[in-house]
Write a protein that binds this ligand. Structure first.
Ligand SMILES: [Zn+2]
Ligand SMILES: [Zn+2]
Length: 150
């Protein structure tokens, strides 16, 4: 079953898609079903990929890693996505940039946020409720994307 905003990847050509609407049918690429990418929360390398979510006066700032993540050509953060109150924001990044994004989320509308981060080498990561709590944000339940507990 495919859910809204699920990320899928083709194991043959590495195409990545985000699902906006699904009829429930299999999504294929290169003649094969596309695998759902589950956001990693507990895997090794977690510290480097943890999105730090900060509420600022005029919006929300997300930085990847307590020590900022590498931004080299073969290992960098490709995008940072924030979902809040039915709005979906995404900042695409390039090697050499800071692993950081600012989203102009209207004040008072940022109570429930979901943050996901895509690393070219290490895949998809999400912020956990605990990390968000440090900054007084509430994350929506992201179990629908599944967690890789390995
Ligand atoms: Zn493909
Ligand atoms: Zn990485």
């Amino acid at each position: 079953m495919t859910s809204q905003l699920e990320i899928r990847k083709c194991s043959v050509c590495d195409t990545v898609i985000e699902v906006l609407e699904s009829c429930g049918a299999e999504i294929t690429c290169c003649g094969r079903p596309m695998d759902a990418m589950s956001a990693k929360c507990f895997a090794a390398g977690r510290q480097r990929h943890t999105p730090i979510v900060e509420q600022l006066d005029d919006g929300i700032r997300v930085t990847v890693g307590r020590m900022p993540h590498l931004m080299s050509h073969d290992h960098f953060i490709q995008w940072i996505e924030l979902t809040a109150n039915g709005r979906n924001y995404r900042q695409f990044l390039k090697p050499g940039m800071l692993p950081q994004a600012f989203f102009n989320v209207p004040t008072g509308e940022s109570g429930e946020v979901q943050v996901r981060v895509m690393c070219k080498q290490d895949g998809l990561w999400s912020a956990t409720p605990m990390e968000a709590q440090e900054h007084h944000l509430v994350l929506i339940d992201n179990d629908s994307w599944g967690h890789d507990a390995s």
